[in-house]
Design a binder for this molecule. Structure first.
Ligand SMILES: C[S@@+](CC[C@H](N)C(=O)[O-])C[C@H]1O[C@@H](n2cnc3c(N)ncnc32)[C@H](O)[C@@H]1O
Ligand code: SF4
Length: 252
């Protein structure tokens, strides 16, 4: 990588968001711009398209150092590491990086191994955000997730060995989840995070979004009163564990 870094004290920086719309399976609650490809995406073609897009935007916004790059999706852990590295390299050439740039990639436990994490790190990624949703096998199955709780834990442990910063996502306020049950589940997730020195969690209430199988099948989340109780509990417990909310669903 070029030595094209600038000081974080410069006041005009930018952040780059890179969207990878492909997933191995479509979860029934998810209305993100994500889909399952019929054939393996043409990674070389995609890299060329990202580069063309970045060049287009560089022409519009000019040269300001990047403070953050976020690979979101979809499931960016299904990208080839050389595609990710190629985008990072080109972004640095176009804009330059602040010294403390954070480069995050979203990962799903079904497509993330320690070796893959090492390869992403070699390409410049320094943080991962892992979609776990739950450590409860029944909830994982209800949410249509294709990994077990054990696989999710292993993925997080692998990530912590490779990256200085790791986050994971949880979903709560399911109809079958009382506040008492959520309290036990969240405490156990927070204990696990604390044991690994994880400093960031995204904790979302289940949303039933138009256009999703859950919406079509009239699946319900928890009743409103229970959701409120679970939300308050989430704020309290995360604060007690030193990870208070800095935004409605994000804790650090
Ligand atoms: C792009 S995904 C994360 C990475 C990867 N695709 C995965 O699912 O493992 C972003 C996150 O949004 C959250 N999410 C998506 N749809 C949601 C919904 N309807 N209600 C609550 N959270 C949702 C999930 O926690 C998910 O992990
Ligand atoms: S939650 Fe993640 S893996 Fe599931 S469909 Fe949405 S983007 Fe894909």
């Amino acid at each position: 990588m070029e030595n094209n870094h600038t000081s974080p004290t410069e006041d005009s920086s930018m952040a780059l968001y890179v969207h990878w719309p492909w997933c191995k399976a479509k979860c029934p609650y998810c209305d993100f711009n994500s889909r399952v490809p019929i054939d393996e995406p043409d990674h070389k073609l995609w890299l060329g398209a990202y580069i063309a897009e970045m060049e287009h935007f560089a022409g519009l916004v000019g040269k300001k150092p990047l403070s953050s790059i976020f690979f979101g999706g979809g499931t960016p852990s299904t990208m080839e590491p050389k595609t990710v590295a190629g985008i990072i390299e080109h972004a640095e050439r176009l804009w330059g990086f602040q010294n403390d740039i954070e480069i995050t990639l979203e990962a799903n436990p079904t497509s993330a191994t320690r070796q893959l994490f090492e390869d992403f790190k070699d390409g410049g990624v320094n943080r991962v955000s892992i979609g776990v949703q739950s450590f409860n096998p029944e909830h994982l199955s209800f949410l249509g997730r294709e990994h077990s709780a054990g696989q999710a834990r292993t993925t997080i442990e692998d990530a912590v060995r490779v990256f200085p910063r790791v986050s994971f996502d949880l979903i709560y306020a399911l109809a079958q989840q009382s506040a008492a049950r959520w309290e036990g589940e969240l405490k156990s997730a927070l204990d696990f995070a604390k044991g690994l020195n994880i400093g960031h969690l995204s904790i979302y209430q289940l949303g039933i979004e138009p256009g999703t199988p859950f919406f079509r099948d009239n699946v319900k989340g928890a009743p409103e009163d229970d959701s409120v109780e679970m939300f308050d509990l989430t704020q309290q417990l995360t604060t007690d564990y030193g990870l208070p909310a800095y935004e409605i669903s994000n804790h650090s």
